[in-house]
Design a protein around this ligand. Structure first.
Ligand SMILES: *Cc1c(COP(=O)(O)O)cnc(C)c1O
Length: 363
């Protein structure tokens, strides 16, 4: 047996280390995971009630087209229902967009570093991947534009960018969208959009009427706290959404996920509270980094990428021994770690551990 040659070298995805594994391996009783940008405040109570209620219908297939949820979300976003597509997390919308648009040899452009799933799915489709280095941790949109050719099918923009947390402004994005040829699909991933408080940020959904080649991605995994239920979505022109729908699996989101997402959309107070608490967390963490003389990228999501000025694999291991899981090992940023914003107690525990680690791991 031989699989497709273009997938032979692909690594299996390495998720953030689970808390239970770390406890067992290191014999620790207290472990905090600040590695996967999960919501430390949980999720809406109404989502929990909705899931419990929905469990009674477990033997019945879900609504494949997510009709009720689509109607509710379309209303909330001010778009038509045929502009929305749901996926098993927005990761699946990334997969479906790649599947629908990328043929072998097609070109696709993305930043380096950015969310790994763009490249991963493009490789599976055997597309030609063009990576454009970040500039000071930010997408270099003019440099990405310069790489566009007649063979370019998708440009991926992660805003805020994971892992650096930086944003491109409304102005920068508009200039890019005005200049990019209409045959190019621009996928704008706003997984952390609900956290952004900077007035320069663009709401991709409001740009949709001007650009029919724009697809905006959002998720219920981050600020809504539904990561384990797997539900996210894309919003775009009805033609783009139809193409993606054509490659969608029939029942790609579950009853529980749809019900939880519907309930979550009615709980604006939960989202507002998480956004405010996150903002305070960012301010606390960055003030502590300033005190410790560590530089970091301007953080607009629910995580901060900070330069520990030491090999990040060593910092990662030393933090782990103190029961704090962070993310490390970035190709372009060998001394940086990414920490998800936690509760105030978790943030303090992280800083306390980091201070010890900075003493222990020599420069
Ligand atoms: C977390 C994340 C997603 C989506 O996660 P799902 O759980 O699949 O919805 C998408 N893009 C980025 C940049 C992310 O960090």
């Amino acid at each position: 047996m031989q699989p497709k040659t273009n997938i032979v070298h692909l690594p299996v995805y390495q998720p953030g280390k689970p808390v239970e594994d770390v406890k067992r391996e290191l014999g620790l009783s207290e472990v905090i995971k600040m590695a996967s940008n999960e919501n430390p405040y949980g999720f809406s109570e109404s989502a929990k009630a909705a899931v419990i209620e929905e469990l009674s219908y477990t033997n019945i297939y879900p609504d494949g087209a997510s009709v009720e949820l689509t109607a509710k979300l379309a209303d909330k976003l001010g778009v038509q229902t045929n502009q929305i597509i749901f996926g098993s997390g927005s990761s699946e919308v990334i997969l479906m967009a790649a599947r629908a648009f990328l043929a072998p040899g097609d070109e696709t452009i993305m930043a380096d570093e950015t969310f790994a799933q763009y490249k991963h799915n493009a490789e599976i489709e055997n597309a030609r991947i063009i990576e454009v280095p970040l500039k000071n941790g930010k997408h270099d949109l003019p440099a990405m534009l310069a790489k566009v050719t007649s063979r370019t099918k998708i440009v991926w923009i992660c805003n805020p960018n994971n892992p650096t947390g930086t944003i491109v402004s409304h102005e920068e994005l508009t200039a890019f969208l005005n200049a990019v040829p209409s045959h190019v699909l621009v996928v704008l991933d706003e997984a952390y959009g609900e956290y952004v408080k900077d007035a320069a940020y663009s709401d991709g959904v409001r740009m949709l009427p001007s650009y029919r080649n724009l697809l905006v991605l959002r998720t219920f995994s981050k600020i809504f706290g539904l990561a384990s239920l797997r539900i996210g979505y894309g919003i775009g022109h009805p033609d783009v959404v139809r193409f993606i729908n054509q490659v969608r699996e029939p029942f790609n989101t579950t009853r529980a996920a749809q019900a939880a997402a519907r309930a979550s959309l009615s709980d604006d107070a939960f989202v507002a509270r998480c956004s405010d608490e996150n903002h305070k967390g960012i301010q606390y963490l960055t003030a502590q980094f300033d005190r410790l003389g560590l530089s970091y990228f301007e953080a607009h999501g629910n995580f901060v990428m900070v330069d520990a000025k030491r090999p990040s694999s060593e910092v990662f291991a030393a933090m782990l021994r103190r029961g704090v899981i962070v993310r490390a090992n970035w190709t372009y940023y060998p001394t940086y770690i990414r920490v998800s914003v936690g509760t105030p107690e978790q943030n303090e525990a992280f800083i306390e551990a980091l201070e010890q680690v900075l003493q222990e791991v020599t420069v």
